[in-house]
Design a protein around this ligand. Structure first.
Ligand SMILES: Cc1ncc(COP(=O)(O)O)c(C=O)c1O
Length: 413
């Protein structure tokens, strides 16, 4: 008999919520009726190497039978992971330090604690961005079901994310300039009450929008001029998904802190990490942050192995090239009425041109594609986009099969 779950614990809005998965290997997952699917959702980036990667399973098994937990989380595995992360992600920051957390949301919260230790204050953040559903991060995420009611509203100021909504006039460049002016005004008026500027430069959960690098750079410079710490939330899109270890560094701007998550745990366990130069990372006094399971040897060993595999197989470098190739093949298969956007191995198919009907159509596509064996997820503020984020080691055969399923669906419309 199926256990009854609390109503709010499921995802009743998710067209795939009826599926029960029992097994996974690489890009494939199998449901309890033996149905096979190509998983192009992959835990929204968590399964960066697919399901049950043999090297991750081996490393986890070996570590679990040797030392899974260490008091105060001191271990060789922790040191190894911290060095691996700083070498990949913080190449330009020689004195960088890393702090491990148990999730992306906890990473964002820790970043805020660090920023507040440097200078107490609230958050300047963007609409559209998603930073988690813990009490603090739900208050600063664009989640219509939650809304910003947990934190006192004076703690949070919101800037619009730079996009030009469908059917609206104007260039993205102009929009960016307007937002920069707005940011300047906000900072002029209340910079003493703001400790961090939080930006998700590549919007993941809320629809795959990418802020222009020049915009992020100017905004970061502006925040720095007012003494506000800049935090880049790369929980979903960092660590290789977009073809770079760090979105911000690749785009040529320098946040003070970067938050990673999801991929770091290789789909095996939840993990997050905050990193930045020692000056900021050391600002947090003792006793303000700790989590029992953060940086446990098991987690760190898995994180190390994820980074090793990504490096060894050049999966980060290849993500940029392969993702671009995928989108150009997709463009040839799908009707012009559907938009295709993306970067690296993060692609969205948009139904914006169908107006109010777009979200219904997108939902139907998610459902029909799953029936045909391809898992994609609904995204976007209007839930009229399909997101495709396969593992970075997805095989050519699996990509070909996914394209055929998508083509078949589009021809049947
Ligand atoms: C950009 C971003 N930040 C933070 C989070 C929260 O991460 P977690 O679910 O591990 O708490 C997410 C999760 O989707 C995310 O996409």
């Amino acid at each position: 008999m199926m256990p009854h779950r609390p109503h709010g614990s499921g995802r009743s809005h998710d067209p795939l919520s009826d599926l029960t998965f029992v097994r996974g290997r690489g890009t494939e997952v199998f449901d309890s009726h033996g149905g096979r699917y190509l998983d192009f959702i992959g835990g929204y980036s968590a399964c960066v190497l697919g399901h049950c990667h043999p090297r991750l399973v081996q490393a986890a098994t070996e570590q679990m039978s040797r030392l899974s937990f260490a008091h105060a989380a001191q271990s060789h595995e922790r040191m190894a992971l911290e060095s691996a992360i700083t070498e990949c992600v913080m190449r330009d920051c020689p004195d960088a330090k890393v702090w491990m957390t148990t999730s992306g949301a906890r990473g964002v919260e820790l970043a805020w604690k660090i920023a507040s230790a440097v200078r107490p204050g609230g958050i300047l953040r963007f609409d559209l961005a998603y930073h988690g559903r813990s009490l603090a991060t739900a208050s600063i995420s664009d989640t219509p079901r939650v809304n910003a009611f947990y934190l006192p509203s004076g703690h949070v100021r919101i800037l619009p994310f730079p996009i030009v909504p469908p059917h609206e006039e104007g260039s993205l460049e102009r929009r960016c300039e307007e937002i920069l002016c707005q940011a300047q005004d906000m900072l002029c008026q209340s910079h003493r009450e703001i400790s961090m500027l939080l930006i998700e430069p590549a919007i993941g959960s809320r629809g795959y929008y990418f802020a222009p690098p020049w915009f992020c750079k100017r905004l970061a410079d502006l925040a720095h001029a007012f003494g506000v710490l800049v935090v880049s939330d790369e929980v979903q899109m960092g660590l290789g998904r977009l073809g770079e270890w760090s979105v911000a560094m690749a785009d040529g701007w320098q946040p003070d802190l970067v938050v990673l998550g999801k991929s770091l745990g290789g789909g095996i366990l939840s993990m997050g990490a905050v990193m930045g130069q020692a000056e900021w990372m050391d600002a947090l006094p003792e006793g303000i942050e700790s989590e029992t399971y953060a940086a446990m040897p098991l987690a760190c060993r898995i994180g190390c192995e994820v980074i090793r595999i990504l490096e060894h197989e050049d999966l980060v470098g290849r993500a940029g090239i392969q993702g671009t190739k995928f989108r150009s093949r997709l463009r040839k298969l799908l009707p012009e009425s559907l938009s295709i956007v993306g970067r690296g191995w993060a692609t969205a198919i948009g139904f914006e041109s169908y107006g109010n009907n777009g979200s219904k159509m997108a939902r139907e596509w998610v459902f029909d594609l799953s029936k045909a064996g391809l898992l994609v997820h609904l995204t976007g503020p209007a839930r009229d986009r399909l997101a495709l984020i396969p593992p970075l080691n997805v095989s050519c055969d699996d990509v070909q099969e996914a394209l055929e399923i998508l083509e078949h669906k589009s021809l049947s419309c």
